[in-house]
Design a protein around this ligand. Sequence first.
Ligand SMILES: [Zn+2]
Length: 282
Amino acid sequence: MPLNLINKHADVYVPDGTAMEEALGRTTHLCIGAHPDDIEINCYPAVSECFGKPDRWFTGITVTNGSGCAREGVYADYSDKQMAVVRRREQRKAAVLGEYSVQFQLDYASSELKNSASAIEDLSQILKSSQPEKVYLHNPADKHDTHVVVFMIGLAAIRSLPVEMRPRHTYAFEGWRNLDWLCDADKVGLDASLYPNLAAALTGLYDSQISGGKRYDLAIAGRRQANATFYDAHKADKSEALTWAIDLNPLVEEEHLSVEDFIGDLMDSFHQDVLQRIRKFL
Ligand SMILES: [Zn+2]
């Protein structure tokens, strides 16, 4: 089925030039991120699981153009439009380095995403045409509004698919707020230790953001290492770098389960865990 994206300004890029239908068909892992760089900073385990593997292919979807970002240095005088061009180019570079199957940049403005039928339709078309085994979304406890709205429309797009077309595994990853607070039984550790050179290159290429005064490249490497080391006080580290994730399968499988109830239960478990430990020593 040929894609007919509603947003005609979307950028669709296949780094190795494979025909679109085939590039979508070979996709096994798919990430829906809000801004250019969210995939590489927050969803590296999915990229690395596919890198160099003939039978696994990663496709990235970046929903907004990120034109409202802070700017410094050589970018100080850039308009929003010029910034969007720079960020689109950076996201394409990442797709080349990470050997993605397809990189979509849907070019929506953050302000138009709430309940956006067009964005949900675009996402659902891509999901239908690719039917990946694993899908990765932002998490509903993130503190960035655009991350949360992109999570909501991503989930709506998955839920719009017939059950047999939905991903077998759906995960939510860290972002503006990590997931270390989840009880151990509620969190999934995604290995982020493969090819540390590639991980560094994929975050380091975002010069517009790093020069803008945010060392995301160093911060995310530190977070992944801290996640691995602070996981278990009594055992040697199993991995040198971990990304925490939430298993979203209950939300994908049970359409009547609300996002509020789902994340509320996880927050209640954390609440109880903290109180119970204190009560042991009263
Ligand atoms: Zn972001």
